[in-house]
Design a protein around this ligand. Structure first.
Ligand SMILES: NC(=O)c1ccc[n+]([C@@H]2O[C@H](COP(=O)([O-])OP(=O)(O)OC[C@H]3O[C@@H](n4cnc5c(N)ncnc54)[C@H](OP(=O)(O)O)[C@@H]3O)[C@@H](O)[C@H]2O)c1
Length: 259
């Protein structure tokens, strides 16, 4: 088989949480361009335009693109996914847990509610989604799970301690599950971005002084683009990545090396 064919995802269905925008959108389109059908998750706030636009872009590659508005802060996301996938005949072979909640605040001002919202969105939903998708992956003896972490796993921002802790916990979860899923042909990995140009950090990076301090900590000297993450995601979600599991990759221009 040619190397290019190893990236071919025809016949596979991928669920990408937070697939409507930013890194999730780029991953969605990379997988769709390489033949996967995609389920695009996002928050249901009556603002479907961005998700619909991403779905149309994926469909232009010939993918079946299905929208799944669901708030990952809610308990029972795994159960909800199974109901949705069953009703829409789109059980996932690939799961990309990308969406997250990040609340910026001093550590001693974080409320119990803010703690729970971040842990539930980032960590609980990831576990519940993995629990939901693994039985079918096991039956098929093929599955790909990719978590999107953060450089903050290792270099926590002083005003994002719960977010950073949730990202560290997710790496731990990936490493814990990898050996147990491996015998069933399921890989699970972590991709940790540094500073990537998305809506999330657009306001902060619009401040020229702040951007200067950020750039000074990136050896490659520029802010990354969502596609910088999507290329590695494609590798880890395809047969090209079949011998990689339990791994944690930084996509950060070297930022993790030098705070
Ligand atoms: N950008 C960076 O520099 C950077 C750096 C390190 C790590 N990361 C990580 O990379 C991932 C993607 O970040 P991003 O910058 O691309 O994010 P983003 O541009 O803020 O987009 C977030 C996406 O997640 C969805 N989402 C947020 N909360 C959700 C919820 N409760 N339920 C369902 N969907 C939800 C959003 O849906 P709506 O469109 O409906 O709001 C949107 O599709 C995150 O895990 C983030 O922690 C990003």
């Amino acid at each position: 088989m040619s190397i290019n064919q190893l990236f071919n995802l025809r016949g596979k269905t991928a669920l990408i949480t937070g697939g409507s925008r930013g890194i999730g959108r780029a991953v969605t389109l990379a997988l769709a361009e390489n033949g996967a059908n995609v389920i695009i998750n996002y928050r249901d706030r009556g603002l479907d335009a961005r998700a619909e636009k991403t779905a149309a872009e994926a469909a232009a590659f010939g993918a079946r693109a299905t929208l799944w508005p669901f708030d990952l802060e809610s308990d029972g996301v795994g159960h909800a996914l199974l109901g949705f996938a069953n009703a829409n005949k789109c059980p996932p072979d690939i799961l990309v847990t990308n969406a997250s909640l990040q609340i910026r605040k001093e550590w001693d001002e974080i409320t119990s509610d803010e703690f729970a919202r971040q842990i539930n969105t980032n960590l609980r939903s990831t576990l519940q989604l993995i629990q939901a998708v693994v039985p079918r992956m096991r039956q098929n003896r093929w599955g790909r799970i990719l978590n999107i972490g953060s450089v903050q796993q290792m270099r926590p921002h002083p005003q994002m301690c719960v977010y950073a802790a949730s990202k560290s916990a997710l790496v731990n979860l990936v490493k814990n599950l990898a050996p147990r899923l491996a015998a069933s042909g399921i890989t699970i990995n972590n991709l940790a971005p540094g500073t990537i140009a998305t809506d999330r950090n657009e306001p902060a990076l619009a401040d020229a002084e702040y951007k200067k301090t950020v750039l000074a900590r990136i050896p490659l000297g520029f802010v990354g683009q969502p596609d910088d993450c999507a290329a590695l995601a494609l590798l880890l979600c395809s047969d090209a990545g079949r011998y990689i599991t339990g791994a944690d990759y930084l996509v950060d221009g070297g930022m993790g090396l030098c705070f």
